[in-house]
Design a protein around this ligand. Structure first.
Ligand SMILES: *[C@@H]1O[C@H](CO)[C@@H](O)[C@H](O)[C@H]1NC(C)=O
Ligand SMILES: *[C@@H]1O[C@H](CO)[C@@H](O)[C@H](O)[C@H]1NC(C)=O
Ligand SMILES: *[C@@H]1O[C@H](CO)[C@@H](O)[C@H](O)[C@H]1NC(C)=O
Ligand SMILES: *[C@@H]1O[C@H](CO)[C@@H](O)[C@H](O)[C@H]1NC(C)=O
Ligand SMILES: *[C@@H]1O[C@H](CO)[C@@H](O)[C@H](O)[C@H]1NC(C)=O
Ligand SMILES: *[C@@H]1O[C@H](CO)[C@@H](O)[C@H](O)[C@H]1NC(C)=O
Ligand SMILES: *[C@@H]1O[C@H](CO)[C@@H](O)[C@H](O)[C@H]1NC(C)=O
Ligand SMILES: *[C@@H]1O[C@H](CO)[C@@H](O)[C@H](O)[C@H]1NC(C)=O
Length: 485
């Protein structure tokens, strides 16, 4: 009874507390939804701390008085994306945390444009026309408090993707030491010089770096040496023909993207083997990749997601490409959960690729020119049931035989359905031939013996009767005749 009362009391208390909480939330809500009748809010949608001015054909950024009028609204997010704004001017002291200036036509930024935004956490300047000349360290100068500029204390993410940066100016990120995410993708860097490298390697808290589509052929030694926290790296769509050696400096990487690089062959003993904490690796759309050697991904013991797809020339995938040996000389595999080998030029999937196919959660092996011979019987018997049990089993219908001609066009699911026994290719049945031909030879010899024995016997008999001496006689005669001539 006492327990029951206690239970009821606490239930009532919980209900009271939740009502109180929802009330306070509503209070907060009504306070911030008030759209003030300011210039900015008459133009943009102002609600719940968000000023949404996206895609409104705004050609110039607001003036200081316009921004000042927003103070009571307490904007947390300001979205000015998708407007033909060419110049960024200084913004008033406001509690803005997320400032989106992407997809504008920005080519110039006033010095200290953001210096009053002490709470700034996310700054999106991607998809503009910002050149190296347009930014210097004064543009990104930190909040002025008392003596001089200080750091943006909460800064986390800076997006400068898809601009016109050839290099980064010196100390450009000087006031953003807490930056965890930097996106420089789609800038024509081509080559990372010492100053650019210095600016990047100063960011010791970086967890995510994107350098996709920067026309890079190499990465300089030391670029990642100080980035002990770097976990996420995107190097896709560059001009690397080998695995960049600099990856040795990033042993804490969890995610690596090497899509769309012109590499022809992935060998063993590259810097990839140093990435022992890597969980996800993507190598898709490598238009030239042909071969992957044994041990190419050796040592990646934490790897769970592997994308090796849309590599139209990938023909030779060594079955041991993920295998290595530990100190006790035991073979080791990563515990792959997601494996994508679709849209390559593979004639089969080797059953030894994974240690245990049961642990696979998602897989795609479709759209390869599969050879439906006995080497791939296991794909019918084992792989098809594994794949069809997955939630993402639709791709199984695109696992189709290319060879031999009598099975061309049939799916592996159909082969499984009819419990098809795949025959071995002709080149292998040749190995059966010697036995057959041995038999033939023995048979031939026996026939030979049976047939030649009587002939020899007859010849011997004839010789005994002096037939050949007569022949010889005639022959000598003819020889004599020749001599006579
Ligand atoms: C944007 O505004 C300019 C003038 O400021 C006008 O010429 C143009 O047609 C407008 N574009 C759209 C899509 O409304
Ligand atoms: C800005 O607006 C665009 C378009 O409405 C939207 O896609 C985007 O998520 C918004 N971004 C922010 C930070 O609010
Ligand atoms: C900024 O807006 C663009 C397009 O409106 C959107 O794609 C992007 O995600 C937004 N950025 C942030 C950080 O929300
Ligand atoms: C890939 O391997 C094949 C067969 O081993 C070889 O002929 C070819 O030259 C290799 N390709 C490259 C790019 O190394
Ligand atoms: C990278 O791996 C190689 C070979 O496994 C090893 O010799 C080297 O010391 C490693 N480098 C770093 C920086 O860990
Ligand atoms: C695909 O592999 C076959 C051999 O299995 C080869 O003859 C063909 O050239 C390869 N195709 C491409 C695009 O590399
Ligand atoms: C895919 O999975 C669903 C249920 O999850 C099952 O009904 C269906 O038969 C499967 N498809 C194939 C091709 O195995
Ligand atoms: C397999 O057979 C079942 C019934 O026997 C049929 O419903 C299913 O469509 C078949 N699947 C394929 C891929 O042929």
């Amino acid at each position: 009874m006492f327990l029951y009362n206690l239970f009821r009391l606490s239930a009532v208390l919980i209900i009271l507390v939740t009502i109180k909480l929802s009330l306070t939330q509503e209070d907060v809500g009504t306070e911030t939804t008030d759209a003030p009748s300011t210039t900015i809010c008459s133009l943009c949608a102002c609600a719940d701390g968000v000023v949404n001015c996206a895609n409104l054909n705004i050609t110039s950024l607001f003036e200081i008085p316009d921004w000042d009028a927003l103070k009571d609204f307490n904007p947390i997010t300001a979205n000015l994306s998708l407007n033909p704004i060419t110049a960024v001017t200084r913004i008033s002291k406001l509690p803005i945390q997320v400032l989106n200036l992407s997809y504008c036509e920005i080519s110039s930024l006033e010095d200290g444009s953001f210096l009053y935004l002490e709470d700034l956490m996310v700054l999106d300047l991607s998809n503009n026309k910002i050149s190296t000349a347009a930014i210097n360290r004064k543009v990104f100068v930190g909040p002025l408090t008392g003596g001089g500029p200080e750091d943006f204390k909460r800064m986390q993410s800076l997006n400068l993707a898809n601009n016109d940066l050839h290099t980064l100016p010196q100390d450009i990120f000087m006031f953003m030491p807490t930056l965890t995410s930097l996106d420089l993708s789609g800038n024509p860097l081509a080559y990372i010089d010492q100053v650019t490298m210095g600016s990047i390697s100063d960011l010791k808290n970086l967890r995510e770096l994107r350098l996709s589509g920067c026309d890079l052929e190499t990465l300089p030694d030391g670029l990642l040496r100080r980035q002990r926290k770097l976990r996420h790296l995107d190097l896709s769509n560059n001009r690397f023909t080998t695995i960049p050696l600099v990856l040795r400096e990033a042993p804490n990487l969890v995610y690596l993207n090497l899509d769309r690089i012109p590499m022809q062959t992935l060998e063993a003993n590259t810097a990839l083997s140093n990435l022992t904490k890597l969980q996800e690796l993507s190598m898709s759309r490598l238009s030239r990749l042909q071969n992957i050697s044994a041990g190419a991904l050796a040592g990646l013991s934490d790897l769970t997601i592997l994308r090796l797809n849309y590599n139209p020339r990938l023909t030779n995938l060594n079955p041991d490409f993920m295998v290595w040996k530990n100190e006790d000389d035991e073979e080791m595999w990563p515990n792959i959960k997601e494996l994508y080998l679709n849209n390559n030029n593979l004639s089969g999937i080797d059953s030894g690729l994974l240690d245990s196919w049961k642990d696979l959660v998602t897989g795609d092996f479709s759209t390869n020119p599969f050879n439906c011979d006995c080497n791939n019987q296991w794909m019918v018997d084992v792989l098809v049931p594994v794949l069809s049990g997955m939630p993402t089993n639709a791709t199984i219908n695109s696992m189709v035989c290319k060879k031999p001609s009598d099975l061309r066009g049939l799916t592996f699911a159909q082969l499984y359905n009819t419990s098809k026994i795949l025959v071995c290719p002709e080149s292998e049945s040749i190995s059966d031939l010697p036995m057959v031909s041995n038999m033939a030879i023995i048979l031939g010899i026996m026939i030979g013996i049976v047939v030649t024995f009587p002939i020899v016997l007859v010849l011997v008999l004839l010789w005994r009767k002096g037939y050949f001496s007569k022949m010889r006689g005639t022959k000598y005669h003819s020889d004599d005749e020749n001599e006579d001539l």
